[in-house]
Design a protein around this ligand. Sequence first.
Ligand SMILES: Cc1ncc(COP(=O)(O)O)c(C=O)c1O
Length: 399
Amino acid sequence: MSSIYNFDKQISREGTDSVKYDLRKDIFGTQNVIPMWVADMDFATPDFILDAIRQRADKEILGYSYRGEMLMKAIREWLIKRHNWTTKTDWYLFTPGVVPALNLAVLAYTQPGDEVIVQPPVYFPFYSAVKDHGRKLICNPLKIEQGKYFFDLEDLKNKINKKTKLLILCSPHNPVGRVWHKEELVELMNICLENNILVVSDEIHSDLVFEPNKHIPLASVSEEISDHCITFMAPSKTFNTAGLFTSEVIIKDEKLRQQFSKQIDALHIGWCNVFGNVALQSAYEMGESWLTQMLNYVSNNISYTYKYLEENLPDISFQRPEATYLLWLNFQKTKMDDDEIWKMLINDAGVGLNKGLQFGKEGKGYMRMNVACPRDTLENALNNISNTLKLEQDANNLL
Ligand SMILES: Cc1ncc(COP(=O)(O)O)c(C=O)c1O
């Protein structure tokens, strides 16, 4: 019988060198905020992962290790059962995180001066992965129709030229929470195929999808597409193991794989983290029931927030995310500028979010809120924001 997990449990993360908790002073100027920013969860990493790590630690020696057959099998089977994607284990490479993989892809497939497309508002390391290596960043912003984000394919066509070599896709998309439909992916890929643009598909959020949405791995769409894209995935967001820096790169085309592998070898980062290995394997072998329960809890947190804002803070709104535990909150109706919102949240409400502008200029008037936390934490944060804005409104009325 599978366990029932308690996501209401408050776990103290202070004093664990947690980026989210212990760096608040650096980020917000004060430790005194409820941290709802960086994308990890305030839920316990599942017991079956912690047990597997403990059992490995009990073997007493943590020397060099490699990735064995069982680990490869666990990935292969996870991809079949969760994403209906049949892969070969020869296609897998590994990196210490997806952000390093983004940078390696830019080095592997482009030359200085080449153009690389990203689709803002988007996870900010996409920008630095292009710019830090002397490549030219081209933005193809998503367009908004009735509050929902879509690819802007006309703009994409206009931005492509002979120097355009790569497009970095975020699928599902952080921060806007879209799960791209098959038709949307095909339309995007038709343009990329016609123009010989390779697509790097960052699918780190692919397991965090809410029903009835369904993640479609880009490389599973067709044979032709699978030869013109590479995929990044990881158990780290899904199972709260980001501190173990272990992620997969899946590349079907042999030449593309060799090019990527060369970068890994040049930096000697191909070996693995012993605990990262163990965590990945146990997550993919045993994670389904925990994941279902976690997604259900987060989905309820999202519904709770939606209703709370509707009833108490109608000037703040969001489009329900199809995936991820990140809410892309629109503050534009408050008529406050970004600095005012930021100061109000930190100094008055005591809530630490990510600035929308971090994700590109398209994030003006937005803040990103991480709701992978116990309900109590979420309630406190929302009450703080609501009380603060009410006080400000009352003060304005008196003027
Ligand atoms: C789209 C996306 N890619 C990559 C990462 C981080 O990957 P890693 O910690 O494996 O470098 C995140 C974290 O939020 C993300 O949202």
